[in-house]
Ligand binder design. Sequence first.
Ligand code: ISE
Length: 336
Amino acid sequence: SDIRVAVVGAGMMGADHISRLTNRVAGAHVSAIVEPDAGRADAALEHAPGARAFASIEEAIAADAVDAVLIATPGQFHEPVILPALDAKLPMLCEKPLTQEPESSRRVLEAEQKLDRPHIQVGFMRRFDREYGQLRDLVTSKDAGELVMLRCVHRNPSVPDAYHQDMLITDSVVHEFDVAPWLAGSDVKSVEVKYPRRNSLAPERLKEPILVIIELENGVLVDVEMNVSIQFGYQVATEAVFEKGTARIGQPNGLQRWQDERIFQKEHASFTTRFADAYDNEVQRWVDAVRRGDLIDGPNAWDGYKVALACEAGVTALNSGGIVEIPHEERPAFYA
Ligand code: ISE
């Protein structure tokens, strides 16, 4: 039967996941919405027939209304939801990041390892994007030889008022810290940040764009142009350089139109549309895994911890310059 999902946080991502679970994902429905803002909670309830609102995850669990949890609050509020959900042995899909610091991620790892197996999937949705999957298959097949470099662009038209300088790393490059190691099959070894000329259209509090150079343990170099005031639209694209060729993903697609001596093609405005299929696929596969009893089918809390380490190094590199190294850590068998 359908699993009953508690969605924690009904902001932009929470609302997006609520409509996904209600309208597009099979085998699950939203039974509980945990959201402190009453206006947001009411708006969300309209899109989740039969769901009830709760003030905390503890209350939703106590009401016996939950089989699984989808956490969509901002990152600093993840740990206080994850720990009680682990206590109740509930599987969960936690939006990125797992937590914002390696220390809190370590607390989560410790609590999770008291259970029989991983219960936490981290919401790095790019792994569920079709083209990212094809690129990973190309890397593992070695059809084009070994992977040598990944050249990434990550562009947002603008960012909300609450977005501050460190979030270039912790909220945005966080995705490359997950997906580049996943594509290349190797952990992050070091991070460096360079500042080009500042975009005068960026909000005054931000100094960007930035160029992030990530070295992986296997020698693959990753460069990321991180740009959050590019105005024209939302764009995430990668060129992979192999020994015998190159490959590109994330190119504009769809209808091309010629008129009035111009060529038009639609570009995305937001990650909610750019990655809509990836999110659908991610949540469907998570629900299927929960129903099968596998509990997760995607990046786990160890992956989330490694990303937290990379973000910590990235923030140091952002603010102090230089190449910041991350010591190697073996993946525990629990997270194999
Ligand atoms: C946002 O939080 C995301 O996760 C998006 O994928 C990313 O492109 C954006 O820069 C972040 O602010």
